[in-house]
Structure formats: C-alpha cells, structure tokens
Ligand binder design. Structure first.
Ligand code: NAP
Length: 247
C-alpha cells in the first residue's frame, strides 16, 4: 500500500496521516510545498516492510508540479499510489466585506483546484495501470457545511471539495476507486495556531466533547477510509469534530 500525505511535511494532519499509514506498513510518499518539512516527516517515520518512504516537493495548485510528482512516484515504485490523502490546505481569512480577490483566488487554487488536480492525476494513473482498487481521501472541513465568520473563501473551497469528492466517487466507482472526505472541526495544528485564543475558547464552548481534536484523531479516520474495512463506503463525508455542529 502507498499512502500519500500531501501536506505531511508541514506537520499537522498530513504528517499524522503519514505516521499512521507508515505504522500499518505502507510506503509513504510525503509531498509538500516545503520539501525540507516533508523530509523531516520521512525521517521520523518507521521503516516500512518492503520499499521505503519518499519525500517530494509539490505545489498542488500547479498541474505541472502534480504531474511531475506522479511521474516521480511511478518511476520509484513502478505504480501509482493506491491511497491518496489530499491534506494540503491554506487559509487567508478576512470578512466578506473586505476580502481581496487575490485572497479568494489563492485559497480556491490550493484547496479546491489542488484537490481536483491531484484527484484527477491519481485516478488517471490508477485507471491507466489497470489497478483493481484505490482510495482517495480528501480533507474538507466542517466549515464547508456550516460556514465560519471570516472564512468566505475557505468555506467555499471546502464545500467545493465535498461536491468534487461525491462526483468523483460516482465516476470512479466502476474502476474500483473509492473517494471520501473527512471533515475536521478544530484540530490543534499550525493552521489553528493562527486563530486568536479568544476566538478558539469561544468556539470550544460549542464542542460537546469540550476540547480541540488532535491530528492523530483525523488520521485514524483517514486510515479507516484507506483500508478495506471501509470497502462499502464511497462518496461520503465523515465529520471529526467532537460533535461540533452536529445535526
Ligand atoms: P497545516 O499544518 O498548515 O498543514 C498544511 C500543509 O499544506 C502545510 O504543510 C503546507 O505547507 C501545505 N501546503 C500549503 N499549500 C500547499 C500547496 N500549494 N501544495 C502543497 N502543499 C501545500 O494545516 P492542517 O491543519 O494540518 O491542515 C491540513 C488540512 O486539514 C487542510 O486541508 C485544512 O484545510 C484541513 N483542516 C484543518 C483543520 C484544523 O483545525 N487544523 C480543520 C478543518 C480542516 P507549507 O507549510 O509549506 O505552507
């Protein structure tokens, strides 16, 4: 099995996914905008049974960069990744009334277009090589469902990721490829480190489980969606939110 934690290098959720997949014996391709950070993740992974892990640079918002990565993976492992976790993501928060067009475009390019480019490239490679099955897991956000003040660009991108995933699931099921989303709530990572404490503590009052989530708790769900234990699940979104906004 090959796991692919796109944002593994940047710590956070992608790195936790890489750690979890590696602990199950997967050879993990850790790709990130920051190759140094990806290398740090690889250095910390358990040695796999079989072939080793790999760190790589990718800018998910660039088709050329994504295609180069797929070529690199196929050259090294002679096959595309059977599991792909799209965890790269950014925020550029501001209120609707003042958000700049560039901030809107940038977040859409990385979060939504990036998910499209990687999903398409991996699916094309899997179909071309005649793989019997694959699992693509896209990291959306609960904010894509419920909205969040100051995140009109981010919430739109994450709502798009869910729509993309459901459509991909319908189109790719005949090739044995499953596509699902995980929707984290508030998880302790460098991304949420940017949120002011005052805002976070207010949001935490809305979480029935009463705390932030850990990256490993999202990774556990990704591992389930990657595995055959979820073989009859496609086109769905699993909320990992501690109960935030349930119902
Ligand atoms: P994070 O720690 O900031 O990780 C994001 C990673 O994505 C970083 O390593 C970053 O690299 C990388 N990245 C950014 N732009 C990229 C690009 N164009 N190409 C490739 N990699 C790129 O954030 P996180 O919290 O783990 O977030 C992971 C995913 O979960 C994101 O999709 C995020 O939207 C989603 N999510 C997070 C939360 C949360 O509470 N943390 C909640 C809901 C959803 P650099 O460091 O080099 O920029």
């Amino acid at each position: 099995m090959y796991g692919w934690g796109v944002n593994g290098g940047g710590s956070g959720i992608g790195r936790a996914v890489c750690q979890r997949l590696a602990s199950e014996g997967a050879a993990v391709v850790v790709a990130d905008l920051n190759r140094e950070a990806a290398l740090e993740t690889v250095d910390a992974l358990q040695a796999p049974r079989g072939q080793g892990h790999m760190a790589a640079h990718v800018d998910v918002s660039s088709k050329d960069s994504v295609n180069r990565l797929i070529t690199l993976i196929q050259t090294r492992y002679f096959q595309p990744p059977s599991v792909c976790v799209n965890a790269a993501g950014i925020t550029q928060d501001d209120f609707l009334l003042s958000l700049e067009e560039e901030q809107f475009d940038k977040v859409i390019q990385v979060n939504l277009k990036g998910t499209f480019l990687v999903t398409q490239a991996v699916a094309q490679a899997l179909v071309t090589c005649g793989a019997a099955k694959g699992s693509i897991i896209n990291v959306g956000s609960i904010v894509g469902k419920v909205g969040n003040i100051g995140q009109v660009n981010y919430s739109a991108s994450k709502a798009g990721v869910e729509g993309l995933t459901r459509t991909a699931a319908k189109e790719l099921s005949r090739f044995g490829i499953r596509c699902n989303c995980v929707l984290p709530g508030f998880i302790t990572t460098p991304m949420t480190d940017k949120v002011p404490d005052k805002v976070l503590s207010k949001l935490l009052t809305l979480v029935p489980l009463g705390r932030m989530g850990e990256p490993a708790e999202v990774a556990d769900v990704c591992a389930f969606l990657a595995s055959d234990d979820s073989r009859y699940i496609t086109g769905t979104s699993v909320e990992v939110t501690g109960g935030l906004f349930m119902g």
